[in-house]
Ligand binder design. Structure first.
Ligand SMILES: *Cc1c(COP(=O)(O)O)cnc(C)c1O
Length: 358
C-alpha cells in the first residue's frame, strides 16, 4: 500500500500485530517504548528517495558505515499532543524541520526537503495515533534523526544517509527540582564548533562531565563558555533561564548555545504576560552575587522534553547555593502557559499549534 500526500508518495507496510496492548499508559517512562511503525527515507545516488513507513524494527548497517567512525549524525526532538476530544497537535513543527537542516548543513549531511519531513511525519502519526497518550503531562515523543549509512574508513562525508522518524509514548521527562553544578573544567561547545547543531557527538561529550557531577551529588551540569567558564550558557541539554529580582534573563544564541524552540516561545509568552525579559550574556559572578544577596529568585532549564525544569540549588567552586521556594514562580506560570497551548487548552494567538488531520 502507499499514500500520495500533496507532494510525496509514501509506501506503507503495516505492522501485522500491534504492540499497543503491551504499553502501560499509566506508567510511561520517557522514550523507552516505541510505536508500531517508523518512517525511513534513504539518500542515495545524490537524492533523497521516496520515504517508506514500515514496522518498527532494527536496521542493518555495514561496520564501515561512517556514522560509527565519524559521528556524522544529527537529531531532533518534538512531541505530539492529544486533547480531550482526541485531536492531535504538534508544536511549531516547521521550526524542527528548519533546525534539522541547519544541523545537517554543519555536519555536511544533505538537507532534507520540507515535504518529506512534514508529510512523512503526519502520515506516521496518523498510523500510530492510538499511541499518543492522554494522561496529564504525557505525550508522544518524536525523534527524527539522520545519519551517515554510507561505507568507508576514509574520513570524509558519506555518500549515503538515512532519515528516520521513531516515536515513543512518554510520561513527563522528570519530576522534581534538580541540583546543578556550574562547570569549571569541561565544555559542551566552542566558538566555530557544532554546539548550535543537534549533533549526536555533542551529547556524548556531555556524558562524562555529567557523570562526574552526579558522583559529587548533583543531577546536572550548567555549561559555561569554553574560554573563561564565566558565562552561563546551557543547563544540560536545555537552554537556561535565570530570574534576578523580577527580570527573566537568558543568554543569546550563538555557535555555543542552541536555538531552542521552547526558549524562544517562553521569551514571547513572558513578554506578553508583562514579565520583563533580557537576552544577554549572564556571568557566573552575577549569579553567585545574586544568590548571596537574595536577588536570585529562580533558575530553570527549558527544552521540549522537560518543557521547564526548575533548579533547586547550584554548586560553584565547592559551595552550594540554594534557591528560594517561590509562591508565584515564573517556571510554574510559564510552564502552564506553554503546555496549555501545546495541549489545546488555551487560545493560541501565535499560530504555534499545528493540527494533524486523522
Ligand atoms: C534540543 C536542545 C535544546 C532545546 O531545544 P528545544 O527546541 O526547546 O527542544 C537546548 N539545548 C540543547 C543543547 C539542545 O540539544
Amino acid at each position: 500500500m502507499s499514500v500520495e500526500t500533496k507532494n510525496v508518495t509514501i509506501s506503507i507496510e503495516k505492522a501485522k500485530i500491534s504492540k499497543i496492548d503491551q504499553v502501560d499508559f499509566d506508567n510511561l517512562k520517557f522514550g523507552s517504548v516505541y510505536t508500531d511503525h517508523m518512517l525511513v527515507c534513504d539518500y542515495r545516488n545524490g537524492a533523497w528517495q521516496a520515504p517508506k513507513i514500515m514496522p518498527y524494527q532494527s536496521i542493518a548497517l555495514d561496520p564501515s558505515a561512517k556514522v560509527f567512525h565519524y559521528g556524522q549524525a544529527i537529531f531532533e526532538g518534538m512531541k505530539a499532543y492529544k486533547d480531550d476530544k482526541g485531536d492531535i497537535f504538534l508544536f511549531r513543527p516547521l521550526e524542527n524541520q528548519k533546525r534539522l537542516n541547519i544541523s545537517a548543513k554543519r555536519l555536511a549531511i544533505p538537507e532534507l526537503p520540507e515535504d518529506i519531513f512534514m508529510e512523512g511525519l503526519t502520515t506516521l502519526l496518523q498510523l500510530d495515533s492510538d499511541f499518543i497518550p492522554t494522561q496529564e503531562g504525557s505525550s508522544l515523543y518524536i525523534r527524527p534523526f539522520m545519519f551517515a549509512s554510507g561505507n568507508g574508513f576514509h574520513a570524509s562525508p558519506a555518500d549515503e544517509y538515512k532519515f528516520i522518524i521513531a516515536c515513543a509514548p512518554s510520561g513527563s521527562y522528570f519530576s522534581g527540582k534538580v541540583k546543578v553544578l556550574i562547570e569549571q573544567t569541561y565544555s559542551r561547545s566552542a566558538n566555530g564548533g557544532v554546539g548550535f547543531a543537534k549533533a549526536g557527538g555533542n551529547y556524548a561529550g556531555q556524558f562524562y562531565p555529567t557523570q562526574l557531577a552526579i558522583e559529587k551529588g548533583y543531577n546536572q551540569v550548567i555549561w559555561t563558555d569554553d574560554t573563561e567558564h564565566e558565562f552561563i550558557e546551557e543547563a544540560g541539554a536545555m537552554n537556561i533561564f535565570v530570574r534576578i529580582n523580577d527580570t527573566l534573563i537568558t543568554g543569546p544564541t550563538s555557535d555555543r548555545i542552541l536555538d531552542g524552540i521552547t526558549r524562544k516561545s517562553i521569551l514571547e509568552i513572558a513578554k506578553d504576560h508583562n514579565i520583563p525579559t533580557e537576552v544577554r550574556k549572564i556571568t557566573v559572578t552575577e549569579v553567585v552575587n545574586a544568590a548571596k544577596d537574595g536577588s536570585l529568585k529562580e533558575m530553570f532549564g527549558a527544552g521540549t522534553a522537560a518543557v521547564i525544569s526548575p533548579i533547586a540549588a547550584f554548586g560553584y567552586k565547592g559551595t552550594d547555593y540554594d534557591l528560594p521556594e517561590l509562591e508565584n514562580s515564573y517556571a510554574t506560570k510559564l510552564k502552564k502557559l506553554i503546555t496549555d497551548i501545546q495541549y489545546n487548552k488555551s487560545e493560541d494567538k501565535y499560530g504555534w499549534r499545528y493540527k494533524v488531520n486523522i
